[in-house]
Each structure stands twice: as structure tokens, then as C-alpha cells.
Design a protein around this ligand. Structure first.
Ligand code: PLP
Length: 399
């Protein structure tokens, strides 16, 4: 056993980090600008219901994405519910299981059955070659997910959707600020849904938005997000309360001003991890297409336990013991969560790549709260753990 390995917390040493380093620690832009905006909101006494901040935020989003509409919503999950409902999705809808559970829940919540389709092991998003076998007479749509901000196989999905008369939309919760073939995400499918949750690199505290170039759809979503009100005293739709409030929009306006900086920090961190983890057998960082704009908000490690000597789960335990709160993400896959696990107990048979990926991937801390020195330390913990894999395994087995 090497000298450094004795210092690993899992082997009895003290944690390297005194305070936890989280994945998804919020980025916060110019605090003074935010507080000034909050004060203005309070002075105006207009806290929600399409106030000035929300209107301005919407205009900025549209300009940035080059879309006709980008409607701010109270969170990404309600935005998904609104978009799928406004598109009149019913019956069965094809989705990946390798995603955050909200992608499936937004359908199930509305009595629509999510049908889980396997992903491509290289891209981690829906495998177009596996979609057709999941289509039945009850299928009405496909919800692709731009996992890690890397766009899905948009052209192939569009071709299938058109040929099979299905509606295609995207869960773009991870992909704010990214491009596909030079075009901003937000412009594809019938609609694309963003999450601006606190853990996303760009946040509005809680929040989300629906981007679409379809005027009719946008009109319907605007009514639905406001209880279906078409006029002061008139309701024409079943609606919900999906409105974004003014303080969230003030945070959005503020953080938009720092968006380029957030992305630059994410990229710098991602490249530092890449450099420091290069050459470790059985461990690889996912790659981004450098010809596109990426937000680099996820540093995703994929591990092959047989080669690395430690499983992903063991390495996560080592990191947690050091106060590095790496996350098994996505784990478990949606089909292994309730109610899907009970509804489709054998779904895994059709999802071999998803099943494999869920045991191999984890996210490391990044964002403006993580610096170069911390990344060096995290990577050295990983190297030390793998260099001393058998001692670590023994300790974990006896724990
Ligand atoms: C892929 C995906 N879809 C949907 C959501 C839900 O967004 P929100 O948390 O804003 O409701 C998230 C994130 O939380 C997500 O990662």
C-alpha cells in the first residue's frame, strides 16, 4: 500500500475537504445587480403575473436563442407538463429511461404512458434505431432528452416522427446555451423545454421555459400556464399555475449577464479534469463536440470497473468520504423507479445499454464554486483510490 493511500479517508485518514463539495452548487451572478432588481420589484409591488422582469427576461431569452417564443415557467417539470399537454400528447409517448425522472413523471402525471426506449451508449441519448420497435397504435409522440447538454440525434428523430406521424419535442433541461449544427437549442422539434433549477449552471432559483417557433402552440401554452384565462373574467381552457415570479426573473436577468463567464469556468474546469484524469485505464470523461457551443455544465466520468479495478459505486464512496459529493447520475434509471418499476417489471430487458450506463456514470463537482486546486486534489484522490484498488475494495467489503 502506498503512503498516500493511507491518507485516503476511506482507509482511515482525515477527509481532504473540510466542507462538502457538491455537484450542482448554484452559480450566482452579480449580487448587487440582483438585489437592485429585487428592490425595484418590491418598489413596484408587482411580484408575479407577467411583471416587467418576466417580460424582459422573455425578450432576452428569445433574442439569445433566436426563437419566436420562449415562455418563462415556474420550473422545468411544469414546463414539460404544459408542453406535452399543449401538444395534445396522449396514449403512449416514447422517452429514454436514462434521464431525470421528471421526463417520465410529466407524462405519467397526465395519464400518458411513458414507453422507455434504450439509448446509444456513445451519445447517452435516445437511439433512433431502437425507436421504431417501441411504436404502437397508441403512440402519439417522442420526447428526446439532450442528456448532458449534448443534442440528441435530432435529424434521425425528426425523420421518424414525420414518417410515423408522431409529435416530437425535447427535454432540453441540460442544454441551455448549446447549439446543434450552429443553431441554438430551443429551435428544434415542436417545442423544447429548459430547466433553470438552482442546480443548473444557469438558474432562476426555481424556473424553466418553453421555447417554440409555433405561434399557435405558444398561445395555448400562455393561456394554460395562467389557469386558462383568456380575458379578465373568462376561462377557456383547463389550465394550471405555471407562471414564473418576478424575483426568479430578476435572477434570470442577472445570471444571463454572467452566462458567458459561467460557461468559460465550466469549460476551464472540464479541461482541467480531462488533463488530470487522462490516461487512467477504465476511466473516461464524456466528450463534447467542439464545433458546437456547449455549456460544459456536467463533468461526466464513465467507468469500466473491470479495467479500472474499482466500480463506479466504490469510487463514489471513496470521494464521499473525502467530502467530494460526486453523484451517480442518472441512477437508478426511470424504469427502476416507482411507479414504472411495478408497471413494467421487465422493461430492463429492452434497455441493456441503459442498464449498463447506470452503473458506469457519475458527475464530478464543477461550476464557479470549484477551482483548479480543488480539481487537482479530486483527481489525485481518484488516482490514489485506483492505484490502491484492492485495499479500498477490502475496506468497503468489510465495512
Ligand atoms: C433532464 C431533466 N428533465 C427535467 C428536469 C426538471 O426540471 P426542474 O427541476 O426545473 O423541474 C431536470 C432537472 O431537474 C432534468 O435534469
Amino acid at each position: 500500500m502506498s503512503e498516500t493511500s493511507q491518507q485516503l479517508a476511506i482507509l482511515g485518514g482525515k477527509p481532504v475537504f473540510a466542507a462538502p463539495l457538491h455537484v450542482g452548487r448554484p452559480n450566482i451572478g452579480d449580487r448587487k445587480a440582483f438585489l437592485r432588481r429585487v428592490n425595484e420589484v418590491l418598489d413596484r409591488r408587482w411580484l408575479t403575473n407577467g411583471g416587467q422582469c418576466v417580460q424582459k427576461f422573455e425578450r432576452r431569452l428569445c433574442a439569445m436563442l433566436g426563437v419566436r417564443h420562449c415562455i418563462p415557467i415556474c420550473n422545468g417539470t411544469v414546463a414539460l407538463e404544459l408542453a406535452t399537454r399543449a401538444l395534445d400528447l396522449q396514449g403512449e409517448v416514447i422517452v429514454p429511461s436514462f434521464t431525470f425522472v421528471a421526463t417520465a413523471h410529466c407524462l405519467q402525471w397526465q395519464g400518458i404512458t411513458p414507453v422507455f426506449c434504450d439509448v446509444n451508449p456513445l451519445t447517452h441519448s435516445l437511439d433512433p434505431q431502437k425507436i421504431e420497435q417501441m411504436i404502437t397504435p397508441r403512440t402519439t409522440g417522442i420526447v428526446g432528452v439532450h442528456v448532458w447538454g449534448r443534442p440528441c440525434a435530432i435529424e434521425a428523430l425528426t425523420e421518424i416522427a414525420q414518417r410515423r406521424n408522431l409529435k416530437l419535442m425535447f427535454d432540453a433541461a441540460h442544454a441551455f446555451g448549446c447549439t446543434h449544427q450552429g443553431r441554438m437549442i430551443g429551435n428544434f422539434g415542436k417545442a423544447e423545454v429548459f430547466s433553470f433549477h438552482a442546480t443548473k449552471f444557469f438558474n432562476t432559483l426555481e424556473g424553466g421555459a418553453i421555447a417554440t417557433n409555433n405561434d399557435e402552440l405558444a398561445k395555448k401554452i400562455r393561456l394554460m400556464k395562467n389557469f386558462g384565462f383568456t380575458n379578465y373574467d373568462q376561462v377557456d381552457y383547463v389550465g394550471t399555475n405555471g407562471k414564473m415570479n418576478e424575483i426568479s426573473a430578476a435572477m434570470g436577468l442577472t445570471n444571463l449577464e454572467s452566462l458567458d463567464e459561467f460557461i468559460a469556468v465550466n469549460r476551464r474546469n472540464y479541461e482541467a479534469y480531462r488533463r488530470e484524469l487522462a490516461g487512467i485505464p477504465g476511466l473516461a470523461l464524456i466528450v463534447y463536440d467542439e464545433a458546437e457551443r456547449n455549456n460544459y455544465q456536467y463533468v461526466v466520468v464513465e467507468m469500466d470497473a473491470a479495467i479500472a479495478g474499482l466500480s463506479r459505486d466504490d469510487l463514489v464512496k471513496v470521494l464521499h468520504a473525502e467530502n467530494v459529493l460526486a453523484r451517480r447520475y442518472f441512477y437508478p434509471a426511470c424504469h427502476r423507479m416507482e411507479p414504472y418499476r411495478s408497471h413494467f417489471p421487465h422493461a430492463g430487458l429492452l434497455l441493456p445499454e441503459t442498464e449498463r450506463l447506470c452503473t458506469r456514470t457519475m458527475c464530478l463537482p464543477t461550476g464557479t464554486g470549484v477551482g483548479a486546486a480543488e480539481i487537482t486534489t479530486i483527481c489525485s484522490i481518484i488516482r490514489t483510490a485506483l492505484d490502491n484498488a484492492s485495499a479500498v475494495r477490502q475496506r468497503l467489503q468489510s465495512a
